[in-house]
Design a protein around this ligand. Structure first.
Ligand code: ADP
Ligand code: MG
Length: 285
């Protein structure tokens, strides 16, 4: 059994009509669910226990604990939990807009101002997590879901599988995350790192949102690794010549090797890029 309190008695099907599949994760299937009494729609993340080993169960319990603590419009919220002999079902706030990047591609053209608006929502959500002593540690496009349509699109941060709560000044200690968006200290497996890992990821996400490709790219994993730990990237003229110096400065202050020299969430929110300094030019993504 997962050690969680607040598990609703019974089966998810007793209370919800479980419908079409919305997506799949590493050890879960996410389906649409309609609450029978209220007809409200949710996402039901069904985790088959036979695929969950001891370590995953620890991650999962952590994800649940974290989701229970958060309440912010830019962070997915957990509604209720069911557990049976075979599976665990999480009833989560439903997000219908899909993953962020698909949404942008669908939209066709968008501007630096739009990109800044998206980054600002990610920052608001991350600020809420950091204020609660939670580092997400796996911020990347597929964990950024969208609700509503442009220009009223709301970004929802999802997937807390890798998040960890840090108590006070205590540092996080497990190395994990997808290499493309992972900070140098994470890849180096450094003993101690903290919430500044999320700011590196936000730097990578901002870069991609501005030009359509990632800052670090290589043919092999070791070569990619090298580039990231040296913060070896540039702003290719073809796309970046028309991007504002303010936007470049924002990215530059996040893709910094030393965590202590990276902007914090507060510094990001006070940066000119977040405060009207973004260009109105159309971006090629
Ligand atoms: P895992 O932790 O196993 O990686 P995720 O939480 O990332 O699982 O969910 C897997 C996929 O399911 C997501 O990438 C997304 O496409 C979809 N999904 C997850 N949560 C929701 C939600 N609340 N609303 C709509 N779709 C969702
Ligand atoms: Mg995921």
């Amino acid at each position: 059994h997962v050690d969680i309190n607040a598990v609703t008695k019974g089966r998810v099907d007793d209370y919800y009509t479980v419908g079409r599949e919305l997506g799949r994760g590493t050890f879960s299937i996410v389906k649409e669910g309609t609450h029978k009494p209220s007809q409200k729609r949710y996402a039901v993340k069904i985790i088959d226990k036979k695929y969950v080993d001891k370590d995953d169960l620890v991650l999962l319990t952590r994800e649940i604990d974290i989701m229970k603590q958060v309440a912010h419009k830019n962070v997915l919220s957990l509604h209720e939990i069911f557990e049976t002999e075979n599976d665990i079902s999480l009833v989560i706030e439903l997000v219908t807009g899909g993953e962020l990047f698909f949404k942008i591609v669908e939209q066709g053209s968008y501007s630096e101002v739009d990109a800044a608006g998206i980054v600002s929502q990610i920052l608001d959500g991350v600020q809420h997590l950091h204020d609660k002593g939670i580092a997400h540690r796996d911020l990347k496009p597929e964990n950024l879901l969208c609700s509503g349509e442009h220009p009223n699109m709301t970004i929802k941060i999802a997937d807390f599988g890798l998040s960890k709560i840090f108590a006070g000044g205590q540092k996080l200690e497990t190395s994990c995350g997808t290499p493309d968006y992972a900070a140098p200290e994470v890849l180096l497996g450094e003993k101690a790192y903290d919430k500044s890992v999320d700011l590196w990821s936000i730097g990578v996400i901002s870069y991609v949102l501005l030009c359509g490709y990632p800052p670090f790219y290589a043919q092999s994993q070791p070569a990619l690794f090298e580039k990231i730990i040296q913060a070896n990237y540039d702003f290719p003229e073809a796309e970046w010549s028309s991007i504002s110096p303010t936007a470049k400065d924002f990215v530059r202050r996040l893709l910094v090797i030393r965590p202590s020299e990276r902007m914090t969430v507060e510094q990001c929110l006070a940066h000119d890029f977040m405060r009207g300094g973004a260009g109105s030019n159309t971006l090629k993504v």
